[in-house]
Every structure is written in C-alpha cells, then in structure tokens.
Unconditional design. Sequence first.
Length: 294
Amino acid sequence: MSDQVTFAHVLQFTTNVKHRLQQEGSKVRGLVSTGSHVGNGAVPVEQIGAVTAQERTTRHGDTPILDTPHSRRWVFPRDFEWGDMVDKQDLIRMLIDPKSPYTTAGVNALGRQIDDLLIAAAIGTSQVGTPAGGGATTPETFDLTNFRVAVGATGLTVAKLRTVWEKFANTNMDMDREEFYILIGPQQANNLFNETQVVSFDFNNNKPLPNAKLTPFMGFNFIVTTRLPTQVATIRNAIAFTRSGLYLGLWNDIEVKADQRADKGFNWQLYSRMTVGATRLEQGRVIQIDCQEV
C-alpha cells in the first residue's frame, strides 16, 4: 500500500486526484521505428552497405563477383514493471477511487522509461553482427568524430542547426523523404527563443511561437524534454535524429492489470509491465549536439 494514500482521505476537502508535475508518458516513442519480437534478441533490420560498380574493359570477359557488405543490427529485451496496492480500509475513507490515477501514474513511469532507453541508445553503444557470425555481436560506439556538433561555448544556435543539417546531408540520405527531430532541454528551447531567424516571420513561415511552442524550423521538429543527459554539469547533449535512425523493439508492450488479492484481504493490486529494447539503427542518422548551459 502506498504510504502516501492517507493524504487523499476525506479530510482533504477535495474530490479530485491530480498528478504532481511529471512527464506524462513517452515523448519519443511515436517518433521512431518500432517492431514486435520474440526470443532473447532480434534483428530489426538487415543492413546492406554501399558497393562500387566495376568498369568493363574486355569483350566476353567474366562476370565480376563483388562482395556486398552485409551486417545486422541487434536489439535485446529488457523487463520493467510497476505495482502498488490499495487497501479496502482506505477506500472507504476516501472521496475518490484511486485505482485509475494510480494505474495512470504507473503507465506514465513506463513511458518515461521508454524515453530513457531511446535516448541512451541514440548516443550509446549499439550491437552489430554479420550473418556469418552466427548471431555474435560486436559493440559499435557512437561516432563522436563525424556525428557530433561541438559545444563551442554556446547553447543551441541556428549555426549549430545548419551544421546538423550539413552532417545529415553528407551521409547521402534522402533529405526530402526523411523526418527529422531534435530532442532539446528547456534551456535549449530558450536559446532558440533568442534566435531571430527561428522566431521571426521574416525567416520562418510556420507561425513562430504559437502557444509558447517552437514550430518546425529548417525541417527540424523540436521536442522539449527534461530527460537529456549531460557530459558535465554545464553541457547538455541535445540529440538530432531521423525516424529511421532509432528503433524500439516490443516484446511485450505496456500491459496493465488490476486484481483483488485474496491473500491480502481482497485489496486491489495494481500492476503494469513491459518488455522492450532500443537501439540506434545506423551511424549518421543520429547527431549529438553539445550545448552550453549557464
């Protein structure tokens, strides 16, 4: 039983339950590729590398056999759960039934966990392997040399956004078909509020700052989150990515149960769980942006 439930007793003079300030569920899940899996590990995509054509210089020559690079990206499941119990004795003293808001709190916690997994996977170590390797994997660390925008003693600026765009374009991805997102913290959003090109109608036709929200700029959609990591206390890692750059594997999507426990005086037990995994799908589809904070 939650030790905090007594705060909702009749003496509170309210019939409503309000959740304290928190991120309500996942902000990133709907922006990435997803798939369902079973087993101890899964391959979300078979990756075929670039090849080079060979010039034909002789008549009736042999057909060239050129090895095509082929590798696999792996994702592995992790289990997460939440639970609480509501005593019958507390229910009869309360003006509200807490089962639904308690369950919502549990589902929100799992949603935030999904964001943490995707953020960690974006700039963390991925696992790759070739079909000939019998499923063996090799760690692939994030390429900070080519896919990082250095802090430069500044926050998030239009100059950094231009550099991000250039890095994406240099990978030869289809810039017209991809969906681009940037996860930023509140201070990075504040940085952009001070960038004239972002908030002025002269540069941005997307009605800048409606309802105090950043609108798309330079093809980037901005998602404000408080869950981004820091390198040190004053440098925040914003993350630019494409929908095809991050992957969420679902072994068991968020599942909610509410049952009465006979062994606990028929009190209500609330339970939520999920089994998921996350990975970066390819170098160059995720870019780390180091931002100075003050």
